[in-house]
Design a protein around this ligand. Structure first.
Ligand SMILES: [Cu+2]
Length: 102
């Protein structure tokens, strides 16, 4: 009983560690983008983007949701950005965005 519990604990601990490492690796890969449209009310941003390795996406122009509308702060059409995106519940969501090379 005792041994069973510690084995389970170790399994869960290593799974959590693996997940954490994967998340950290993905969040460091920023894709290039250019702002086409900002919709603060709908919490959406249209980006023309380069390849996004973390979600295996080729370059295109598309609409993303944003995790937090505050992220859209000073962004406007034509701004160059670096960003990361994740697929969350079937939707593509920008989880981080920062100014790129202008
Ligand atoms: Cu895309």
């Amino acid at each position: 009983m005792r041994q069973g519990n510690s084995g389970m604990f170790r399994l869960i601990a290593s799974l959590l560690l693996a997940l954490g490492l994967q998340t950290a690796a993905l969040s460091q890969e920023l894709a290039d983008g250019e702002v086409r449209r900002v919709d603060r009310d709908a919490k959406k941003i249209t980006l023309r983007h380069g390849p996004i390795a973390s979600i295996d996406m080729p370059p295109m122009t598309m609409v993303f949701q944003v995790k937090d509308p505050a992220m859209l702060g000073g962004l406007k059409q034509g701004d160059k950005v670096k960003f990361s995106a994740e697929k969350i519940d079937g939707a593509y969501v920008v989880t981080r965005i920062e100014p790129g090379m202008q």
